[in-house]
Design a protein around this ligand. Structure first.
Ligand SMILES: C[S@@+](CC[C@H](N)C(=O)[O-])C[C@H]1O[C@@H](n2cnc3c(N)ncnc32)[C@H](O)[C@@H]1O
Length: 251
């Protein structure tokens, strides 16, 4: 591992806003924060919102700055990326944002049933060939149901026409209430019922896709607990642009 990464990891060990737990602790069901995030990490009882696959954490930090009435936890497996957001939170003394280094598959080891109010999924890999890894697939949604309150919100921001179409179909097939649906957030934003300032927050990946002329799609769904979720069985054209090198100037 590079020196820079090691330095970031060592620094993260000293940051109060960063949480990570040995796998053994999670396997034994012994995560001390499970069921107590509001009280122990944030010292309040405000709603708890997770950003899944937060990367450098721009979204978690941006939400935390604009909406002090909620608590935010950015989650990613990659600690070196998360360091950027954690450093900002530490320097700003932002009390309502934390970062958790873990795999999304382990959410129910880290959060108790109904502990989470809302999820954000920002620019996730659409996992076009691996439905089990797709962050809006039935396997993952069932995982979210184990920690998200009944009818809790799932927000998806994506560059991917594939993931957007798939997730809309998932909602249609399973009667999941769709609260907001746009295939071009920055065209439609002013006419949508969005909290003030939401459109100003752009993630690292989002800025790259916007610079290449892609539109950003946004879905806000509610995820009730009742009923089995069925997997959409439709043919969706694959995204062709994703394999291009990221600094390619145009599509
Ligand atoms: C394409 S990046 C997007 C990062 C950020 N949301 C953004 O928009 O800049 C996807 C992120 O999801 C994380 N990720 C993917 N699968 C994950 C999993 N199962 N558990 C935790 N993080 C995951 C990756 O490490 C990566 O940082």
């Amino acid at each position: 591992m590079g020196k820079n990464k090691l330095k970031k990891f060592a620094e993260m060990d000293t940051m109060q806003c960063v949480y990570q737990f040995p796998y053994q602790t999670l396997a034994e069901g012994a995560c001390p924060l499970r069921g107590h995030w509001r009280e122990l990490a944030f010292h309040n009882d405000r709603p708890l919102v997770l950003e899944l696959g937060c990367g450098k954490g721009e979204y978690a930090v941006g939400l935390g700055q604009r909406f002090p009435e909620c608590n935010y936890v950015g989650i990613d497996v990659k600690g070196a990326r998360m360091w950027t957001g954690a450093k900002q939170v530490t320097e700003m003394g932002l009390p309502n944002v934390a970062f958790l280094r873990t795999d999304i598959d382990l959410l129910d080891r880290l959060f108790a049933p109904d502990e989470v109010d809302e999820l954000w999924i920002t620019f996730a890999d659409p996992q076009m060939k691996k439905v089990n890894k797709r962050l809006t697939g039935t396997r993952m949604l069932n995982g979210y149901r184990r920690v998200l309150r009944d009818g809790g919100l799932v927000n998806l921001k994506t560059d991917s026409p594939f993931l957007y179409t798939y997730t809309r179909e998932m909602a249609r097939l399973n009667n999941l209430p769709v609260l907001i649906d746009t295939d071009d957030l920055y065209r439609d934003g002013d006419s949508l019922d969005l909290p003030d300032g939401l459109l100003d927050i752009k993630t690292y990946y989002e800025r790259q896709w916007l610079a290449r002329g892609l539109t950003i799609k946004y879905l806000r769904l509610a995820l009730p607990h009742r009923g089995d979720l069925a997997e959409p069985d439709i043919d969706i054209p694959l995204d062709t642009y994703r394999s291009f090198h990221r600094n390619q100037p145009s599509l």
